[in-house]
Design a protein around this ligand. Sequence first.
Ligand code: BGP
Length: 492
Amino acid sequence: MKYSDINHVQNGFPDAFLWGGATAANQIEGAFDKGGKGLSTSDMAAYKDPYITGKVNNFTFNVTSKELEKYKTDPQNILFPKRWGIDFYNRYKEDIALFAEMGFNVFRLSVSWARIFPTGLENEPNEEGLAFYDKVFDECAKYGMEPLVTMSHYEMPITLTEKYNGWANRELVGLFEKYARVILNRYKHKVKYWITFNEMNMNLNSLYTGAGILADLVDNQLQAAYQASHHQFLASALAVKAAKEIIPNVKVGCMINHIESYAKTTKPVDQLQSLKSNQLNLFYPDVQARGEYPSYMTRYFADNNINLDIKEGDDKILQQGKVDFVSISYYMSHVTEAREDASKLAGSFDSPIKNEYLKLTQWDWPIDSIGLRIALIKLYDRYRLPLFVAENGLGAKDAISIDGKIHDDYRIDYLKQHILEMREAIKDGVDVMGYTTWGCIDLVSCGTSQISKRYGFIYVDLDDAGKGSFKRIPKDSFYWYKKVIASNGNNL
Ligand code: BGP
């Protein structure tokens, strides 16, 4: 059945729609030094949300070699909340049972590269790491839940940063392909849906988070971000190719953090700037879905003195590794205006202007559900491929009420508005495969490294210092989402 059938115009969500939630290994697992796992880049960084520091710009999350040395020797794990996560490593059965109770038929999670290859350099994978994800996928299967697996979600073995400066070096392509082939082979009967890299466009926001690069070791950060992206494009394409060889009917997607960029005024120059900002974000799926570099980047690279090292045959690799679907995380829209240095901007991450029509979250992220509909329509027009909303949600400070419950009506309201707009997009003819809300269980935030920025349907009793009982408590939104899924998005 096609998503464009008249039924969907009337009802919205197709019968096979995938409903669930999303997580990442480094934000939930904990057990950073258990089961033979090596240290990863995410075990070594304490971030500051750019919206709090007021420094929203390119490369806000950079880490330098000096900082890394300090992080390595600092014995206080409190700097590194991702090291304790929410102890999913030991509590996955309980957590997956709760997801099943909500009716999830999909669960997005990532495999930690350093659990499979502790330094990234070994010839043989770490059996204990592989066995852990076997158990997790088996648990999902028990409830008929499809795993949607991200191969690389903001982490890699720290050895690869130390030895190669991460994705700056082309060596990483082969090392990643080796890792991808191992997990594809191992889980070929258990995992049908894969995403190669999480939010590849965030390389422009953080060299360290996205690409494992220490900023002080490169001359030109923009050049490094794009060179690293080129290497990840190749690695992603090779992983897609491998997936097709190994798993019949596999579906592999790419992913970006989609920030819809609006023009500040109807002035044509502002309109042009917003178009260009959007292009720079869509550069990533443009390459991964179409299998070639878009022509608009030639001028951008020239204007910014970026000379990419692209080898003969790379174009073939990109062509052979086109993705089956395009996934996005969607949290907000931005406003842009024409600037003199416009050719130097790197997409939507450049000093956004306040949108007076939108309310903000407690972390000052603009809330814009219609922006999701606009994004989905534009993406589908551009790629004609199924889309997946792999992240969306509201980070908020939750409190336990006197009745022992968490009344998160603000979260319900946020999600309801976004699901409504996604349904409208489907009625507009857009093929959306699924929706996984971010942080379906409270987890350690990527931007703040704190658990008090909560996204979950399930409260986790922990504070920012990692103190607490780890107890899981369903919030009001848990029962609401259960109802939404049971009605296939009709009872909102
Ligand atoms: C995305 C990441 C996630 C996640 C989310 C929310 O960019 O893929 O890992 O954390 O954003 O961001 P934050 O945790 O900063 O609120």
